[in-house]
Design a protein around this ligand. Structure first.
Ligand SMILES: O=C(O)c1ccccc1NCC(=O)[C@H](O)[C@H](O)COP(=O)(O)O
Length: 262
């Protein structure tokens, strides 16, 4: 199953990273970082409207290579200039062709907060996200236990970051809520078989009580999709492939932001 492969690859990579730089060294690096000046993502999500998180992604397990030309910094800057509320950066190298350096360079170049889009399975990766400029991490409920879900989010918050806690099923939404998640992402993509069902986020939205922002993730393609999600009371959308394939990313983000306020 792909999710198991992704986690196994992450575990192998983690061991290599720890051998190159110890957790103690990484913590020391993070402790000496200057305070960030990025907008507070949770506060932005709590403002009225549907907020756009734009993703920088070269490839994915379901689609293979999405774009061959990948000027990641230029892409991120165009998202930023178009008013993206956050920028998601794939750092997973084996299946998404991502890199931690992309996160670092993009975080330095844009004013929007950045999300380390990866498969967080260890505190080391949370310090690594911080060291490379992320304001937000992703916690996928399906790959951590309840104790990790709570403690990883709390660690991220203690480092001045926020966590999007991602669920795909009703049971996972319940686990996310019970862990004290402050931001919930509902994925339309089943990470076990790649199937994308746009109705999934619409179906589960009502489980999340008022006051906790909810982001719809994956498979969002059209203005009509955005309007439906805005009407359903989502606070944010995460878009990757549609933007990556667009020749005019700035115009598309502006259109989607417009559609969100109609
Ligand atoms: O995209 C995949 O193939 C995939 C497979 C297994 C785990 C995660 C995967 N994608 C990560 C994401 O969730 C998306 O990058 C993100 O939600 C944006 O989705 P999209 O707009 O459909 O590119």
């Amino acid at each position: 199953m792909i999710l198991d492969d992704l986690v196994a690859a992450t575990q192998r990579r983690l061991k290599k990273h720890e051998a190159q730089k110890s957790l103690t060294e990484l913590k020391n690096e993070v402790a000496h970082m200057p305070a960030g000046l990025k907008p507070d993502f949770l506060a932005v999500l709590n403002e009225p409207g549907l907020h756009v998180i734009s993703e920088v992604k070269k490839a994915s397990p379901s689609k293979g290579t999405i774009v061959t030309d990948f000027p990641y910094l230029q892409i991120a800057i165009s998202y930023d200039e178009a008013g993206a509320d956050a920028i998601s950066v794939l750092t997973e190298p084996d299946y998404f062709n991502g890199h931690l350096n992309y996160l670092k360079e993009i975080s330095q170049a844009v004013s929007a907060p950045t999300l380390r889009k990866d498969f967080t399975i260890d505190p080391y990766m949370i310090y690594e996200a911080k060291a490379n400029g992320a304001s937000i991490i992703l916690l996928i409920v399906a790959i951590v236990d309840d104790q990790q879900l709570r403690s990883y989010r709390e660690l991220a918050e203690s480092l001045g970051m926020q966590a999007i806690v991602e669920a795909y099923t009703a049971d996972e939404v319940t686990r996310a809520l019970n862990s004290g998640a402050k931001i919930i992402g509902i994925n339309n993509r089943n990470l076990k078989d790649f199937k994308v069902d746009f109705q999934n986020s619409l179906k589960l939205r009502a489980m999340v009580p008022e006051g906790i922002p909810v982001i719809a993730e994956s498979g969002i393609k059209t203005q009509a999709d955005v309007e439906v999600l805005a009407d359903a009371g989502f606070n944010g959308i995460l878009m990757g492939e549609t933007l990556m394939r667009s020749d005019d990313k700035e115009a598309l983000i502006k259109e989607f932001k417009q559609a969100a306020v109609k």
